[in-house]
Design a protein around this ligand. Structure first.
Ligand SMILES: O=C(O)c1cc(=O)[nH]c(=O)n1[C@@H]1O[C@H](COP(=O)(O)O)[C@@H](O)[C@H]1O
Length: 308
């Protein structure tokens, strides 16, 4: 899957991933109204509204991008109905030949991680059959529990030819509380980065490992260091747009060929019509605003990469 991701990035010339994080407040009135008419103001109504919203955006942007990253929390808030909308979104994106990065941020003791890995990336044994459940291509994983919490994910990835993005340095304001703590004089994220590089050895695609890392766009100097520490880890870079990251900050996350990283924007794309720059599209044409925001993001990152 890592080779497919890289090939799709080359083909689209777009090292970007669109985050499908649909808060109900981003869904235009006319879509909410229609879903509520059909299902009432219920969890089912909300789940239908976010699904219709996603579908229209995907239809408008799928030809421009290699990948999407649905954030499962945005669906889970609507319970089982929300999870059904998550599943529909994953399936629909795969039909459109998009790579799906399930942003699930799991990680537990070994036996529990194994169940997460099977449910999201692998196949669950049911009697004589093996059946895929969520079936994303990549998932995000939290490494706090150490090697035995990660290994089941790596094993399933190997078997299924899928991949991981392991949190190394996150984009949020408090990420330094633990991640920047000095351990024997070096920040903790460096140890995690070294470990990700080690976990990725022996799990190589053609040029990058399918055991990748998450490094936030909001700490570019740290991104530069971590690129050196994990030369073969593909890096997922969230924090662009709504959290302040810009193309010019991100060049050092990439290798000399402009590969090795993929930058995520969620609110900046899916709620583009609410921003001043794209407000002329109006709520009815929200997906056109998203398409324009994608084009703008691709240009911003390409220009930054061309300059160096
Ligand atoms: O793993 C992630 O994707 C992630 C890691 C991180 O360090 N920071 C971060 O923002 N994310 C996710 O990336 C998305 C960012 O959303 P926007 O800020 O709207 O672009 C959310 O789904 C976050 O959960």
């Amino acid at each position: 899957m890592i080779n497919k991701l890289i090939n799709k990035i080359k083909k689209t010339n777009a090292p970007i991933v669109v985050g499908l994080d649909p808060m109900l407040s981003y869904v235009p009135e006319h879509i909410q109204r229609k879903s509520f008419q059909e299902y009432g103001e219920t969890l089912e109504g909300a789940a239908d509204a976010i699904w219709q919203f996603n579908k229209e955006i995907i239809d408008k942007i799928y030809d421009l991008i290699p990948a999407v990253k649905p954030q499962i929390a945005m669906y889970e808030q609507f319970g089982i109905e929300g999870l059904k909308a998550y599943q529909k979104t994953v399936n629909y994106c795969k039909e459109k030949d998009l790579i799906v990065i399930g942003d699930i941020k799991r990680g537990d003791i070994g036996s529990t991680s194994e169940a997460y890995a099977i449910g999201h990336l692998g196949k669950v044994q049911i009697g004589s059959k093996k059946i895929s459940a969520f079936n994303e291509d990549f998932v995000t994983v939290n490494p706090y529990l150490g090697t035995d919490g990660i290994k089941p994910f790596v094993d399933v990835c190997k078997e299924e030819k899928k991949g991981l993005f392991i949190l190394v340095k996150t984009s949020n304001p408090s990420s330094g509380e633990f991640q920047d703590r000095l351990v024997d004089g070096r920040p903790l994220y460096e140890y995690v980065g070294e470990k990700v590089a080690k976990w990725g050895e022996g799990h190589m695609g053609d040029s990058y490992s399918y055991i990748g890392a998450v490094v936030g766009a909001t700490y570019p100097e740290i991104g530069k260091e971590l690129r050196k520490i994990m030369p073969k880890a593909f890096i997922l870079v969230p924090g662009y747009g709504a959290q302040g990251g810009k193309g010019a900050d991100l060049v050092h996350y990439f290798d000399d060929n402009g590969l090795g990283a993929i930058v995520n924007s969620s609110r900046g794309i899916i709620a583009a019509y609410k921003q001043e720059t794209y407000s002329h599209f109006g709520a009815e044409n929200f997906a056109d605003a998203s398409r324009q925001a994608v084009i703008h993001m691709i240009k911003d990152i390409s220009n930054a990469l061309d300059r160096c």
